[in-house]
Every structure is written in structure tokens, then in C-alpha cells.
Design a protein around this ligand. Structure first.
Ligand code: AMP
Ligand code: MN
Ligand code: MN
Ligand code: MN
Length: 294
């Protein structure tokens, strides 16, 4: 798991729920040995231009514009990665504004729900922690930790904010089809993030993949922290059967989260690796070789 892949196509900065500034994230990734990095903040593109600028100052560093879009499929929240998008695509404007309002409204609702359970009103704290970044449940978790209402952010999720808990407030996120369509119009690749983290059966996962393909999407992540060797194998098989592109990344959020490190996820080989169409001019790079046909 700690093996460095040389590339990382899933990371977060403080433009969403990560702890590092986009520039600092890029430099940390470079220092860790990553030479191809995608920034994929939740529902915002705000970190992309500073990150791209920082990457351009580092010799041999390739940067991929990305985003992790929250969307709904059959009533369930799914994360869709858009990789290699054009951040200047005009259609992002309205879409991101809508997500921004949804997240603000949801944050208010989360605060209200927690107050009903006897918590102080944490909205202002969470907003302060989020700063200019896109607000989400992790900012509430951090607010709870700061006020010593829970022992850790993980405990905040386990008891209050995680799936099915009181703070897991429903929102009318855009449909998967709309998120895929946006990514495709912006010239990117649409990839289902961490497919085994939705607690779906593989039958359900196949249905999700079928709908992704029907909507014009491209692929799935197959390797990320926490993926088991069996799941990695099954996801690679699924990708092979459905002719999907495959991607991988650390889902890095913060240096304090010891179980994720930039550029680190279980190694694998795949001939349909997304890096190939994403960066066709990089065939001579050492990290590109790492994804060659097994
Ligand atoms: P949101 O975008 O507000 O729905 O928050 C989702 C984010 O919260 C994810 O991207 C993770 O960073 C974090 N998260 C979600 N579930 C958990 C969990 N069970 N434990 C820890 N962090 C979580
Ligand atoms: Mn996150
Ligand atoms: Mn995610
Ligand atoms: Mn993520």
C-alpha cells in the first residue's frame, strides 16, 4: 500500500475538505516523488489555477485539472471524478454555483440537526474552518473536535456525520447523468471514484457502470487506500469486461491522516490505464511505464 506509484489522480486541497493550500499540496506531492498529479476537490475548481501554476515551476511535474463531483444515482450519493477537464468551460459556472448553494443550505441543515441532538450551533465554526473552501461534513467534524465534543474526526463521522447518521443530510445533488455530461462537455474523462466505498454489491456496481457508460462516461478507480486485494482484482476484471478506463489515486486530504500518503495506493497494471489517453505525450516518463501492460 505504501508503494509510490509516481502519479496520483485523486487529491484534495483546502479549496474543499483538504488541509493544504493547492500550491503546498503540489509541492508536497512533488517532494513525495509524484510526477503526475490531479487535483480533484469536491464540487469546486477554485484550487486548479494556483495548483497548475505551482506545478509549472517544478521540473518534470505534470498537472491534470480535475474535480470530484457529488451526484445521485438511484437515490444514492456517488462521487464522480472529472479528469483532464478544461476548467474554463463555460458550463461549469452555473453548475458550480448550484453546488455551492446546495452545500451552503446543507451546512445550515446539518447545524440545525445537530442542535436538535444537543450540540451547540456549529455552523459558524464549520464555515470558519472551511474558509474560502467548499463546505462539507469534514468541516463539522473538525469543529466538533476543536470544541472537544468528540475525541476525533473519525468519531464525529462514526456517531454523527457518517452514512445514515443525523448529520448525513440529504441534498438534491445533480444526477449522475448530468455530472457525466458536464465532464464530457468540458473535455474530461468521467470516472467513478472509489467504487467499493458505497457498500454496493458487485451486481449493483455493474448496474452503476452500465449507467455511467450509457451516459457517456469512461471508467472507474480501481486502486485507492483501503481497497482490498480482492476488490482491486474484481474491479480490474469489471473494467476489462466493460472496456473501462481505469484510474487510481490516494484521495489525500491531509498529512495528519496517516493512512493516506500522496502517490501511495496498491500497485497494479492495466492496459486501459487512464494515463494513456490523458497524457499521450508522456510515454517516455518513468511513472508512465509503471502503468504499462502487465
Ligand atoms: P461531504 O462532501 O460533505 O458529503 O463530505 C464527504 C467527505 O467526508 C468525504 O470526501 C470524506 O473526506 C469525508 N468522509 C465521508 N465519510 C467519512 C467517514 N465515514 N469517515 C471519515 N471521513 C469521511
Ligand atoms: Mn473529502
Ligand atoms: Mn470521494
Ligand atoms: Mn476524494
Amino acid at each position: 500500500m505504501k508503494q509510490l506509484a509516481g502519479y496520483d489522480l485523486h487529491t484534495h486541497s483546502n479549496a474543499s475538505d483538504g488541509s493544504l493550500e493547492p500550491e503546498a499540496l503540489v509541492r508536497a506531492a512533488y517532494a513525495a516523488g509524484v510526477r503526475c498529479l490531479a487535483l480533484t476537490d469536491h464540487d469546486t475548481l477554485a484550487g486548479l489555477s494556483p495548483a497548475r501554476r505551482a506545478a509549472s515551476e517544478l521540473d518534470g511535474m505534470r498537472f491534470v485539472d480535475g474535480v470530484e463531483l457529488t451526484c445521485l444515482w438511484e437515490g444514492r450519493v456517488i462521487h464522480l471524478l472529472g479528469l483532464g477537464i478544461d476548467p474554463d468551460f463555460a458550463g461549469f459556472g452555473e453548475y458550480m454555483e448550484q453546488l455551492n448553494s446546495l452545500r451552503r443550505e446543507r451546512a445550515e441543515a446539518i447545524a440545525r440537526k445537530l442542535v436538535k441532538k444537543g450540540f451547540p450551533d456549529l455552523l459558524a465554526d464549520a464555515q470558519l474552518i472551511a474558509g474560502q473552501g467548499q463546505i462539507g461534513r469534514p468541516h463539522f467534524a473538525q469543529a466538533m473536535v476543536a470544541r472537544r465534543l468528540v475525541a476525533s474526526a473519525q468519531q464525529a463521522f462514526d456517531s454523527w456525520l457518517g452514512q445514515g447518521k443525523i448529520g448525513d443530510v440529504r441534498a438534491s445533488w445533480p444526477a449522475l447523468e448530468d455530472a457525466v455530461s458536464l465532464v464530457k462537455q468540458a473535455g474530461g474523462y468521467a470516472v467513478i471514484a472509489h467504487p467499493t466505498k458505497y457498500n454496493f454489491t458487485f451486481t449493483r456496481l455493474r448496474a452503476l457502470v452500465d449507467d455511467l457508460l450509457a451516459a457517456g462516461g469512461d471508467g472507474i478507480e480501481v486502486s485507492y487506500p483501503g481497497v482490498t486485494p480482492n476488490h482491486l482484482r474484481d474491479l480490474l476484471l469489471l473494467a476489462q469486461r466493460k472496456t473501462l478506463l481505469v484510474s487510481a489515486g490516494s484521495d489525500f486530504h491531509s498529512p495528519e491522516q496517516r493512512w493516506t500518503a500522496l502517490g501511495c495506493f496498491p500497485p497494479f497494471h492495466a492496459s486501459t490505464h487512464l494515463l494513456r489517453p490523458l497524457l499521450p505525450d508522456c510515454a517516455e516518463q518513468w511513472w508512465y511505464d509503471a502503468v504499462a501492460i502487465a
